[in-house]
Design a protein around this ligand. Structure first.
Ligand SMILES: Cc1cc2nc3c(=O)[nH]c(=O)nc-3n(C[C@H](O)[C@H](O)[C@H](O)COP(=O)(O)OP(=O)(O)OC[C@H]3O[C@@H](n4cnc5c(N)ncnc54)[C@H](O)[C@@H]3O)c2cc1C
Length: 384
């Protein structure tokens, strides 16, 4: 049976939880705010299906030939509501128009992030936009399987580890399943998010949260909370404490620092990302309103892109060049040296001050390092 001896080896994908025939695995939060499987040994019949289904224990190698596009949705309104080019919505609309079902990450009524499904275009807005928190999968893999067996077309979207999870859970290819992943920086803790959400809302009822509000531009996006009393909170991402902590890797899941899914040869059919560096690589597709980087990874992905491409502005790009400014496609984030210290302290200290302190240290170390490199170079050149 599944036993988590090293937390770094569990992505929290929920495959073991969903596959257990006796429902004797529960997913429980650890003290950092990440879900891990817990086996009820009294109910367990030792069938070992959980271990056999784990996508990390039984990793899969993909031999494909992905191609990349820079692309954005021609619908300005949808593009504005989306994180990058609004391609997720186009793909999903195509699936729903074919009588299919879409699974993705949305907020629950308390603004925790959870996976659910939708068969309705007007309901797709709940999945639209990146939520920088690990989404809880719940029973969605079981729901996907039931729908696939009823011959429904299903689009499952999520992080690469969630795609690895559903593929392992299903154990075979279904022609009516399409998977879309994202290039993923890493996923933050639910507990840190809940703490920050409560700090910002301070008792006010939340109407909406947008992690990537574009009213200050796509590259200089803001984190925005809207409240029912008409008030709002908005702060530029690179000044906002939560986004700074996320980008500086202060509260990512342990498995994200050594992610098993960093590759261009992905299990998904289609991959979506922000096209960072577009202004230098394809300036004609950059208007600071958000451009997506899209990888087509399989024949299913190719067909889907063929179906939507006329509703987009797009251009092919060399895949290796496309990730010049997006290393998260192929490399894991470095673990911040003060991560564990931060996670022990944040509940009892001023959140903004702590982030300022721990991200400033990192920045000053970086500048110090650059200064030392220059100093050594000048010495070598005998300039002084
Ligand atoms: C945690 C996280 C880290 C990311 N890191 C990077 C990165 O390093 N580089 C990069 O280029 N892009 C990254 N992205 C992806 C990027 O921000 C956009 O989601 C992507 O470009 C799609 O944009 P869109 O405009 O087409 O659609 P949007 O409507 O903005 O995207 C919606 C899609 O994102 C999915 N989604 C939203 N939140 C989550 C979540 N918490 N977990 C799983 N799926 C989620 C939805 O299910 C849906 O498929 C990240 C996204 C997330 C959620």
């Amino acid at each position: 049976m599944i036993k988590i001896t090293k937390k770094e080896n569990c992505t929290g994908c929920h495959a073991c939880y969903n596959v257990c025939p006796k429902a004797c695995i529960t997913m429980e939060y650890d003290e950092e705010g990440f879900l891990y499987p817990k086996v009820n040994y009294e109910k367990c019949i030792q069938c070992n299906l959980c271990e056999r289904t784990c996508p990390i224990i039984h990793s899969k190698k993909i031999d494909n030939n992905p191609v990349a596009y820079a692309c954005y949705n021609k619908d300005e309104n949808i593009r504005n509501q989306s994180t990058s080019g609004g391609i997720f919505t186009l793909i999903s609309e195509n699936i729903i128009n074919s009588n299919g079902i879409v699974f993705g990450a949305g907020f629950d009524k308390n603004y925790n992030v959870v996976h659910t499904m939708s068969d309705n275009i007007s309901d797709l807005e709940k999945f639209r936009g990146s939520k920088y928190v690990q989404s809880s999968i719940g029973d969605t893999y079981k729901e996907v399987k039931k729908l696939l067996e009823k011959e429904k077309i299903v689009l499952f979207t999520g992080t690469p580890c969630q795609i690895g999870g559903i593929k392992s859970y299903l154990g075979k290819d279904y022609p009516n399943l399409i998977c879309q992943d994202i290039i993923c920086h890493g996923v933050p803790s639910q507990y840190v998010w809940q703490h920050y959400r409560d700090l910002i809302s301070s008792g006010r009822n939340i109407k909406n949260i947008n992690f990537r509000d574009k009213s200050t531009g796509w590259k200089k996006y803001s984190l925005k909370f809207d409240f029912y009393n008409g008030q709002y909170y908005k702060e530029i991402g690179n000044k906002n404490a939560y986004i700074k902590g996320f980008i500086n890797n202060l509260y990512l899941r342990p498995s994200c620092y050594n992610c098993a899914y960093k590759t261009l040869n992905r299990q998904s059919d289609i991959t979506l990302a922000d096209f960072w560096g577009i202004e230098g690589i394809l300036p004609e597709l950059d208007d600071n309103k958000g451009t997506s980087l899209v990888f087509i990874n399989s024949d299913k992905g190719k067909l889907l892109f063929e179906n939507i491409k006329n509703n987009t502005v797009y251009k092919g790009v060399d895949i290796k060049k496309s990730i010049t400014f997006n290393p998260c496609a192929v490399v894991s984030c470095e673990k911040n040296k003060v991560r564990n210290k931060f996670l022990n302290e944040y509940k009892n200290k001023d959140f903004n001050e702590l982030i300022e302190l721990y991200t400033r240290e990192k920045i000053s170390k970086k500048y110090n390092f650059i200064f030392q490199v220059f100093k050594n170079l000048i010495k070598r050149l005998n300039i002084y």
